[in-house]
Write a protein that binds this ligand. Structure first.
Ligand code: BES
Ligand code: MN
Ligand code: ZN
Length: 512
């Protein structure tokens, strides 16, 4: 990952390959033209005060994500200035919002792949801004080339190696709060990028056993207690949901429990992740065109894993238990059939009407297992339904909950983290569609509102009186389009930052 430092060096004398500055869209007082953002005063001066004019000549407008490169002024040690668009200027003097900085830093870091060292002279008003720029750089510079041909060592496997070093100017390197903000950004981004790696790893290399082994190793490294239930243990414990989904695969399912505990904890947060390492649909096989990206179906488990490790690295004063429900959903002679009835860990029976509605089955067992510890709250994360993608698009995740206040808390955490999320209801009338003539409930209901039906199904496997929220990240988990801001193609690490923020809130006693 890119090496990050806070620096007070004067920009002209900096030995770097590029200087990054911010440029915003003109305001009423300067219609149309770009405006250079604070933090780049020395650069503006070196262009005789007319940098905005130069940028305008080059076609820059300050639009979000826009990148304009220009030769550095005479006397600068760095050869290149890269102006990155911040979008609209902030209202009044409140400074740019963290997400605008994060996105701009990410776009700049992406544009600088193949470069060794860059200095970022973006507008920082407080430590949180420094943290946002750090996150943007570290997340934007991400690339996944473990499976690319070696290429030449100098340029990296992908043609261009990620930006190697970044110096953040304008912060206070000796100030504790600035240092802490950057350290937090490094821990969270490293774990988030690791979640992306897991999501991007092809399903022939990342089966439930392999995922569990990665979790075990990381837990050991960070002092997290880990327990892995293999197939035998799952049979013994009666985890019919996880076993039923894994039954068709040559790679057996696993349930991984990660426990991070703090001696100063006042709250206990449980996180549950859907970890389908590949979703073929099972006997209700997905048609071609719908299964090429289904290695991403373990994104929820990857997010939970990353969040628990990040909480441990940050030493948060809260207990966080992560549950990874891992299985591969495949069709075969031993696979669960549509029409089969599973006896779940909770004791309830489920008639499987569609084997492609497998996520709710593995989550049901993990939710019930998490409930046995009576945590203060449970949050599950899952690439659960195509219906949620239809409802909210590919960048926003849906939040459902059995408690309106908690749903609002999760939404606030997402907002603070810079992740688009939206509250969704759990309409009671949709429960009827899941009535089964044979079992306690069916794993499918009405097609319309399918994301909410799935939420209602999960709710039945949450222990009595436990506060619970469900994040359906089917849209934002995997970016099939081009990269934008700090979001790469492929696995995005959706929900990691929201979960970390939630754990921080829990540590501060702010769960409801
Ligand atoms: N993993 C899919 C949901 C999904 C769709 C994730 C698109 C990411 C992108 C899930 O297991 C699934 O197949 N859901 C079905 C449920 C249906 C059969 C009730 C769906 O949404 O079609
Ligand atoms: Mn499915
Ligand atoms: Zn699935």
């Amino acid at each position: 990952m890119t090496a990050l430092t806070l620096s007070t060096a004067a920009v002209a004398g900096l030995r770097a390959d590029a200087i990054v500055i911010g440029v915003a869209k003109g305001s009423a007082s300067k219609p149309g033209g770009p405006v250079v953002a604070p933090g780049a005063e020395a650069v503006v001066q070196a262009y005789d005060g007319n940098l905005a004019g130069v940028l305008e000549t080059l076609g820059a407008s300050g639009a979000e994500g826009e990148v304009t490169k220009l030769p550095a002024p005479a006397g600068f040690k760095a050869p290149l200035v890269l102006a990155v668009g911040l979008g609209a200027q902030p209202q009044k003097d409140s400074g740019y919002d963290a997400e605008a900085l994060r996105r701009a830093a990410g776009a700049a870091a992406r544009a600088l792949s193949g470069t060794k060292k860059a200095a970022f002279a973006l507008p920082l008003t407080d430590p949180a801004d420094a943290g946002a720029v750090a996150e943007g750089v570290l997340l934007g510079a991400y690339s996944f080339d473990a499976y690319k041909d070696q290429g030449d060592a100098k340029n990296g496997k992908n043609g261009k190696a990620p930006l190697a070093e970044a110096a953040l100017l304008g912060g206070k390197p000796r100030d504790k709060a600035y240092k802490a903000a950057v350290e937090r950004a490094v821990a969270v981004s490293e774990e988030l990028n690791r979640a992306r790696d897991l999501i991007n790893t092809p399903p022939n290399d990342l089966n439930p056993e392999a995922f569990a082994a990665v979790a075990q190793a990381a837990a050991k490294e960070h002092g997290i207690k880990v327990q892995v239930l293999d197939e035998k243990a799952l049979v013994k414990g009666g985890y019919g949901g996880i076993l039923g989904v894994g039954a068709g695969s040559a790679s057996g399912p696993r349930l991984v429990k990660l426990s991070y505990t703090s001696s100063k904890a006042k709250k206990h947060l449980a996180l549950v992740g859907k970890g389908i390492t590949y979703d073929s649909g099972g006997i209700s096989l997905k048609p071609a065109g719908h299964n090429e990206t289904m290695k991403c179906d373990m994104s929820g488990a990857a997010a939970v894993f990353a969040a628990v490790v990040a909480a441990a690295r940050l030493g948060l004063e809260v207990n966080v238990t992560g549950w990874l429900a891992l299985a591969e959903n495949m069709p075969s002679g031993s696979a669960t059939r549509p029409g089969d009835v599973l006896r779940m860990y909770s004791g309830k029976t489920v008639e499987v009407l569609n084997t492609d509605a497998e996520g709710r089955l593995v989550l049901a067992d993990a939710l019930w297992a998490a409930s046995q510890e009576k945590p203060d709250a449970i949050v599950d994360v899952a690439t659960l339904t195509g219906a949620m993608v239809l409802a909210l698009g590919s960048r926003t995740f849906g939040i459902m909950a059995n408690d309106d206040d908690f749903r609002a808390v999760v939404r606030e955490a997402a907002e603070e983290a810079g992740e688009p999320a939206w509250p969704m209801p759990l309409p009671e009338h949709l429960r009827k569609g899941m009535e089964s003539s044979t079992a306690d409930i069916a794993n499918m209901g009405e097609r319309m509102g399918g994301g909410l039906v799935a939420g209602l199904f999960l709710r039945e496997f949450v222990g009595e009186g436990i506060t619970w929220a469900h994040l359906d990240i089917a849209g934002p988990a995997f970016n099939e389009g081009g990269p934008f801001g700090y979001t790469p193609k492929g696995g995005t690490g959706s929900a990691v930052r929201t979960l970390v923020r939630l754990a921080e809130r829990a540590a501060a006693g702010e769960l409801s």
